[in-house]
Write a protein that binds this ligand. Structure first.
Ligand SMILES: Cc1cc2nc3c(=O)[nH]c(=O)nc-3n(C[C@H](O)[C@H](O)[C@H](O)COP(=O)(O)O)c2cc1C
Length: 331
């Protein structure tokens, strides 16, 4: 009897949340509510994570300004004054961490740039920056700019990227050996070099190795029928809503997608197979996955990635790509 009731409940749930306009609306409202609960407005910050995101965004304005061909002398006074005020408050609250160090490095370079260009450095504005940065010597440079040599770069970029990218396929048939966690860690470490809005790096990679966590989450995902058992580890990519301002809700998906692509390519470079798995499910399923996967509520799930070691020979779907002419529009 209870079995029948469960089946009816699940049918009703599917009808409402997967197939009706009410469900569509509820799902959108969940995303909106989640985003507005944790994102921040301009300089107003609600959590340490948002403060870090805000300061990263603010000091990145200075470092990217310094990387321009002809930075304007004394540029960004208003923004830098705000950065200074917020950095001092942050330092008082949380102490001198790597973020503070990066800001100091960046502002030191800003001072140096103005000094070299004979901008009058004694003004109150420059003095307040100098007071914050201190002598700032003997530190590894974590913020500001660095010089890249085109010739040096040639040795690094001299790989057959086209062949590399074209040899990656979504794999749905792995061998049944364990994927080395260290390789996954290393792939995530590489993937973090993806670009992100104002360098905020909101992404998280939750890695699961235990079947009793992996299987129920894959069941909810639903797009892995037929290869569920061969998935050895599961990665769930999320982005932290606390890293964004209220205007940036689309960045959750953009930054999360860029990171995911980098991760899949990193895994490929290490000979690990992967298959992206969509998380386009109702918010009720997202909540269940978050519970099983111990994912904090402020994170938005972007996608799952199933991984496994490669078999000596494996079949993949061709997944024919569109012709270039269908994609490119030269204006
Ligand atoms: C965000 C995302 C979600 C996906 N979800 C699924 C899925 O649920 N199940 C599946 O078998 N493949 C899934 N795929 C894999 C796609 O089917 C695959 O990337 C596409 O056909 C192109 O093939 P390729 O990856 O081999 O180039 C997903 C891919 C992406 C990018």
């Amino acid at each position: 009897m209870s079995n029948i009731i469960d089946k009816i409940k699940s049918k009703i749930h599917a009808l409402i949340f997967w197939q009706s306009p009410i469900g569509d609306f509820a799902n959108k409202m969940y995303d909106l509510k989640l985003f507005y609960k944790y994102s921040f407005k301009k300089s107003y910050t609600k959590s340490k994570e948002s403060e870090i995101a805000y300061l990263t965004k603010q000091y990145h304005i200075v470092e990217k300004g310094l990387a321009l061909p002809n930075p304007r002398l004394g540029f960004g006074k208003e923004k830098i004054n705000l950065l200074l005020k917020k950095s001092i408050e942050y330092k008082e609250k949380y102490g001198e961490d790597q973020l503070v160090q990066s800001i100091k490095n960046c502002l030191s370079e800003y001072l140096e740039f103005n000094k070299l260009n004979n901008v009058k450095i004694e003004s109150e504005y420059f003095e307040s920056i100098s007071k914050f940065t201190g002598s700032n010597q003997n530190q590894i440079k974590e913020g500001g700019t660095k010089l890249i040599n085109k010739e040096d770069l040639k040795n690094i970029t001299n790989i057959n990227f086209e062949n590399f990218v074209k040899s990656r396929f979504s794999i749905r048939d792995y061998d049944h050996t364990d994927v080395d966690l260290e390789i996954i860690k290393n792939a995530v470490d590489i993937a973090k070099h993806a670009p992100s809005v104002c360098n905020r790096q909101s992404w998280r990679a939750h890695v699961y190795k235990e079947k009793d966590q992996i299987l129920p989450m894959l069941k909810i995902q639903g797009g892995n029928n037929g290869f569920t058992d061969s998935i050895n580890k599961l990665i769930i990519i999320t982005t932290d809503t606390k890293a964004f301002t209220t205007l940036e809700s689309n960045q959750l998906y953009i930054d999360g997608g860029l990171f995911s692509m980098n991760l899949v390519l990193s895994l490929h470079s290490k000979g690990i197979g992967s298959c992206c798995l969509n998380t386009c499910f109702p918010f009720t399923s997202e909540k269940k996955v978050k519970k099983i996967g111990e994912i904090p509520n402020n994170e938005k799930i972007i996608m799952m990635v199933g991984v496994g070691n490669l078999k000596s020979n494996y079949k993949v779907a061709i997944s024919k790509k569109k012709a270039l002419t269908e994609i490119i529009r030269i204006h």
